[in-house]
Design a protein around this ligand. Structure first.
Ligand code: F3S
Length: 417
């Protein structure tokens, strides 16, 4: 790989041993991926948190390994706009969840150090909802697969899928290896998905994403004939694409900044494959992620990816003067900044009065591993992971079906899906 003088100096230790180690990781990763050079990165989103889950903590060894990375990382300043991915819980929830003391102390140390290093501690899987909104063409290094697809496809920014080390290395050195969707030639759609189904809710867009993700694998799909999505629709589409398959970006013809038309998305060439997503596919995709042996539910999870303020408002107004059924826990997950807005606008009070929880900065499956027997969720991604990670039965439904289940304690298939 060709390095500039400045890049070589960092590799040789001019900024200290840890940035040198970061540079080595980036060079080795880039060489493995066929990159010819490192390019400046303007924006990173990294997992700057200690590992573990709410119930068991991380375990001594994993915690020590994590601190070995995070302590030196947070002793340096970031080189660009950098935000943080989810953590295991926001600090005002530590008591509620009885985290092991050493886990809490480690996270508090890292939170302070990372803030001083220049990371904006957004603690969310949807950074684009709380101020990290890269512009078209902006080179990024983002963790969180759903956010990666959103950044590439909806915002027109450019990021490959990053892990903890590579995103932190990019933040500290200011560079990323140039390969994959950072290059024009790798952003062309090759799978055309003709959308014939009626998409009525964001979760329907999730079904489209899950279906297309399975079909695409690592390919780039283009959606033709879909209606104009809302931000919440796009959020569900991108999250499900990344969980149904290994998709890094998609095109929604007329929406994706670099795909004003189908032809533009396809780069003037015919697609390698063409499939249709019809009403029957919509129903079948829901059915795939409904693995229940009864209709009683104990857990309802909304906010995967983290809820927007608009979603929080819809949930709150629907719950006004109602109450969650006995034996049901309703989690509404969001970034801390969104919860602060919800508090100010009294949506938070409405949700709490109804018996729901506003849970911020974390994830019910990845971090919390909530104890549940039967979950209803509006997120295809949540449904995809919850079965394996929590071992619960899962039902995916739109937000209204989820709220009905929360209020009655039973899930019924209102739409006949
Ligand atoms: Fe976010 Fe967890 Fe869903 S990280 S995207 S709430 S599975």
């Amino acid at each position: 790989m060709q390095l500039t003088d400045q890049q070589r100096q960092i590799l040789d230790g001019a900024r200290g041993p840890f940035p040198a180690k970061c540079m080595r990781w980036l060079v080795e990763w880039g060489e493995a991926m066929g990159a010819r050079r490192l390019v400046p990165v303007a924006n990173t989103h990294a997992l700057v948190t200690v590992p573990g889950n709410l119930v068991h903590g991380a375990g001594e060894k994993a915690l020590a390994q994590s601190m070995e990375l995070l302590r030196p990382a947070c002793a340096h300043k970031v080189c660009c706009h950098s935000t943080s991915h989810i953590t295991f819980a926001h600090e005002d929830q530590y008591d509620e969840i009885e985290m092991p003391a050493e886990q809490v102390a480690a996270q508090q140390e890292i939170q302070r150090a990372a803030r001083d290093a220049g990371f904006l501690m957004t603690y969310t899987c949807a950074p684009y909802l709380v101020g990290n909104v890269p512009l078209k063409g902006e080179i990024c290094a983002w963790t969180e697969s759903s956010a990666v697809v959103y950044a590439n496809s909806i915002l027109g920014a450019r990021t490959t899928r990053h892990g903890t080390e590579s995103a932190i290395a990019a933040a500290l050195t200011g560079y990323v290896p140039e390969f994959g969707v950072l290059l024009d030639e790798n952003r062309r759609a090759t799978l055309q998905v003709d959308v014939a189904a009626r998409l009525a809710t964001p979760t329907d867009w999730g079904a489209l994403g899950y279906f297309a993700g399975k079909a695409a694998g690592l390919e780039i799909p283009v959606f033709q004939g879909a209606p104009q999505p809302s931000q919440d629709d796009a959020k569900q589409l991108c999250a499900a694409l990344a969980s149904g398959g290994g998709v890094t970006m998609c095109h929604v013809a007329g929406v994706t900044p670099e795909a004003a038309t189908l032809e533009q998305a396809l780069g003037g060439k015919p697609p390698n494959r063409r499939i249709t997503f019809g009403d029957r596919d919509l129903r079948d995709t829901y059915a795939q992620l409904r693995t229940h042996t009864g209709d009683r539910v104990d857990t309802v999870i909304l906010g995967c990816p983290h809820a927007s303020l608009r979603e929080v408002a819809e949930i709150a107004l629907h719950l006004k003067d109602k109450h969650v059924a006995d034996g049901v826990t309703l989690w509404v997950c969001m970034a801390y900044a969104t919860r602060a807005n919800a508090e100010r606008l009294e949506y938070a009070r409405l949700i709490r009065d109804a018996g729901g929880y506003l849970f911020c900065d974390t994830c019910p499956t990845n971090s919390m591993r909530v104890k549940a027997k039967r979950i209803v969720t509006a997120g295809f991604k949540q449904a995809h992971y919850a079965r394996g990670m929590i071992g619960a039965e899962v039902i995916v439904d739109n937000v209204w079906g989820c709220l009905k289940a929360a209020l009655t304690g039973r899930w019924t298939d209102a739409r006949g899906d």
